[in-house]
Each structure stands twice: as structure tokens, then as C-alpha cells.
Ligand binder design. Structure first.
Ligand code: GLC
Length: 422
């Protein structure tokens, strides 16, 4: 009988397209940025060479200005929309024009620590790519030096369809230059995917930025959607900590100091987004100037990158328990029964293994081993019951979205093998 561990590894083999892993066949047939970081951390447990390869292939898509795009189109495929002809970017390897949460440096440190100093020659060029990308975030996405980074497209959050974007996205027109061809709903049920109007808005934004020639300064001026976002900022800070650690290991003293200064600025900016009345952190809509208080998982992700005072951690934990008391599979990406809550539609309620993994790490960091262990166990149990689905309905536990999903498989390997547990 094959074990779930063997099945997870078999999924990573099946989704391999030559040193990089597609998220799942059909629905996502290219290399996705943060998926590859999670996949590399899974590979690092048993095949360090393949783990490095995953990151090296992603860096083939890095732009001259330092951005690592959210999709690298290594090969052609007609099962996905929007493809390279819609993005109209100018990189030698075709890519999209937006980015995704910078888990790359976090993965790189994990690989470094597994590989030991023997693989320094392999780590160093990837460290340099990660540093270029870190600088890009601060230059292109925080030009006013606030310490928080801004997303210009919902897809940059990785939580593409979250209710956190509803108010800001509603201001974006549904007109497009590019005809919208929904291919996603040919792969999975339309009730699990974004609605047509929102898809048109996603493409409207792509049209605007393509017209800016993907120049960050003109995009910043023209963007109708600008969110100073806490999940991405928390991941950026965690990436900054891991980069600072690597810089010190490599004797790059000036770079270590540069990164440490950025980290310090972001640390205090992120803390400033704490909302005691809501017991979670909130993002800010830079177009309206208002706080985004839609209740989503993003409000708890700062646990990953901050050493919080005990009272704050306790308040967050209490709030997290309020959200999960009736659920079969925590952690929901939207608070149950809040406006926008849809337990099967992606990012509007479902539980995702990668998000749970970030929360497990954040709870451990902040001295909550029991809550971390409960979340680790329930995530493992959900996957063992339903298989390696893209995400899970938190009420029924049903596996939803795409199946045979790479980051669910890789994260399962980490949750059973790598995360501290009794
Ligand atoms: C969806 C998710 C995004 C992920 C991609 C590939 O677009 O919202 O986070 O990277 O699928 O799995």
C-alpha cells in the first residue's frame, strides 16, 4: 500500500516539467512564484538538488529591475488565460507583469540550512537574486518609504479572490481591451472560482499596466487599485530576516546592515497596523485612505514575522478560536458568516495548507505550541482524508478546486516531517 508520503512525492514527480513544478496540471500549467517556494521547501526534505533547481528555474524569469514575476511561462500551453500575449511584457523568457508574496528568501534559507555550507556556491546567486527582489519591493512598491508594501493587483497577494479586495476592486471598471476568455471554469466548477465581473476587473488592471510598459513609477501613478497589504508585508519582513541571516553567514556586512534597517522600518510599520478592537492586523486602501477591516486570514499572518507582546498574541489567539470553533477544517480565509464568506469559493472561506503552515510557524514563534499543534494536526488529517486538493471547505472538510496540487503535497511533507511536533 502506498502511503500519503509516497503519494505526495508522486504528485511532485507528475507535476515536474523539467526542474520546475506546475501547481497542478491543466488549471495552472506554468511556474508560479510562491508555489515554487513552498514546493522547494518540500523537496528540501529529501532531494536538495531538486529543491535548488526549483528556485533556479524561477529566477530565469527575474526582470532586470529585480522583480520576480508571479508566473514564468517556460513553455506554451493553451489551457490557461491570461497568457503571454495578454501580459505583453518584455523579458527574454515570457512572464506575467505582476509579482507574488516573496516566500523565495524564506525557502532559500531553509535550503541553505538543510544543505550546509557545502552548497554555498549554489546559494549565493540565489541570495543575490533575492536581495535584488527585496530592494525592488521597497523601491517600486513603497516609494514613499512607509515600511508597508503595496499591491497593484489582487493576484499579487496570492489570495486572489479575497473579500479584502471587494471595496477597492468595485471601483475598477469592468471594461477591457483584451477579450476575457475564462479557461479556469473549464477545469473546476464555476461556483469555486471568481465571478465574471471580477475577472473583467482583473484584466482591466492588466490592460492599464501593460499600457504603462510595466514601468513601476507610471504604474504607481495610474493604478486604480493600491493596497498597502499586511500578509505580503509580513512575508516580506520574514524574507528580510532570512536574508539578513544569509548576508551575515556570507560576510556581507554592508548588505546585512542595509537589510536590517529595512526590516526595522517594516517591523514598526506592521505593528502600527494592529487593531485592538478587532484583535487582528488590517491592510490599508491607499486610494480611499481607509483601513480594510474585512475579516480574512491576512490579519493573523503578522505572527510569522513579529515577536508580539503576550497580550496581543493572546487576543489574536482568542479571535482565531472564535473563527474556528464550529469548523471541521481550520483555518478559514474569511471569518465564518461574515459578509463575503463563501466556504467553497476560493479565498473567500476555504482553508489552504500553505496558509495553515504559515500560521503554525507564526504560533510557534509567538510561544503558542498547543494551538500550533492543533492546527498542524487538523491540516494533516484533512489532507489524509481528502487527498492533495488545492484547498478545503472548512465546514464540510471537502477537498475543492484543483486536485493533485503541488503545494499541498509539499506542505504535507513538511507538516508530517519537518515542523516541530510531539
Ligand atoms: C491561484 C492562487 C495563487 C496561486 C496560484 C497557483 O491563483 O490564488 O495564490 O499561486 O493559484 O497555485
Amino acid at each position: 500500500m502506498t502511503s500519503r508520503i509516497d503519494e505526495a512525492k508522486a504528485i511532485l514527480v507528475a507535476n515536474d516539467r523539467g526542474g520546475y513544478t506546475v501547481p497542478t496540471d491543466g488549471l495552472y500549467p506554468f511556474q508560479w512564484n510562491w508555489d515554487s517556494a513552498f514546493v522547494a521547501m518540500g523537496f528540501a526534505l529529501y532531494d536538495i538538488d531538486r529543491a535548488f533547481r526549483e528556485l533556479e528555474r524561477l529566477v530565469e524569469g527575474q526582470w532586470a529591475d529585480g522583480m520576480i514575476p508571479h508566473i514564468v511561462f517556460h513553455q506554451k500551453s493553451d489551457t490557461y488565460f491570461p497568457g503571454p500575449d495578454v501580459w505583453r511584457t518584455h523579458h527574454a523568457v515570457a512572464t506575467s507583469g505582476i509579482t507574488q508574496p516573496p516566500m523565495f528568501a524564506v525557502a532559500l534559507r531553509t535550503l541553505h540550512d538543510r544543505a550546509g555550507d557545502g552548497d554555498r556556491a549554489r546559494v549565493l546567486p540565489l541570495y543575490e537574486a533575492a536581495l535584488k527582489w527585496q530592494r525592488w519591493w521597497y523601491r517600486a512598491r513603497d516609494p514613499e518609504g512607509t515600511g508597508l508594501v503595496t499591491l497593484l493587483h489582487p493576484w499579487e497577494s496570492g489570495s486572489d479572490n479575497s473579500p479584502a479586495w471587494d471595496v477597492a476592486l468595485a471601483r475598477v471598471p469592468t471594461t477591457t481591451e483584451t477579450p476575457v476568455l475564462r479557461k479556469d471554469i473549464g477545469h473546476v466548477n464555476a461556483s469555486m472560482r471568481p465571478r465574471d465581473d471580477d475577472y473583467a476587473r482583473f484584466i482591466h488592471l492588466v490592460d492599464i499596466y501593460a499600457r504603462c510598459g510595466w514601468d513601476p513609477a507610471s504604474q504607481w501613478d495610474k493604478a486604480p487599485f493600491k493596497i498597502a497589504e499586511i500578509q505580503t508585508t509580513a512575508i516580506l519582513l520574514r524574507a528580510g530576516e532570512d536574508l539578513e541571516y544569509l548576508a551575515k553567514r556570507f560576510g556581507r556586512i554592508e548588505e546585512a546592515a542595509e537589510i536590517a534597517a529595512l526590516n526595522a522600518k517594516t517591523r514598526s510599520a506592521l505593528l502600527g497596523q494592529w487593531r485592538p478592537d478587532l484583535s487582528r492586523f488590517v491592510s490599508r486602501d491607499l486610494v480611499s485612505g481607509e483601513a480594510i477591516d474585512a475579516p480574512t486570514q491576512a490579519g493573523f499572518i503578522p505572527l510569522l514575522a513579529l515577536d508580539l507582546p503576550h497580550e496581543i498574541t493572546e487576543a489574536m489567539l482568542g479571535e482565531m478560536q472564535n473563527w474556528t470553533s464550529e469548523l471541521k477544517v481550520p483555518f478559514p480565509t474569511t471569518k465564518p458568516n461574515a459578509p463575503g464568506w463563501e466556504p467553497k469559493r476560493y479565498w473567500r472561506g476555504p482553508a489552504w495548507a500553505i496558509i495553515n503552515c504559515l500560521l503554525v510557524e507564526g504560533l510557534l514563534r509567538n510561544g503558542q505550541p498547543d494551538a500550533a499543534e492543533a492546527l498542524r494536526r487538523s491540516t494533516v488529517a484533512a489532507i489524509e482524508r481528502e487527498g492533495f486538493a488545492e484547498y478545503f471547505d472548512p465546514v464540510t472538510g471537502e477537498g475543492c478546486g484543483g486536485l493533485g496540487f503541488s503545494w499541498t503535497a509539499a506542505t504535507y511533507l513538511r507538516l508530517v516531517g519537518d515542523m516541530p511536533h510531539p
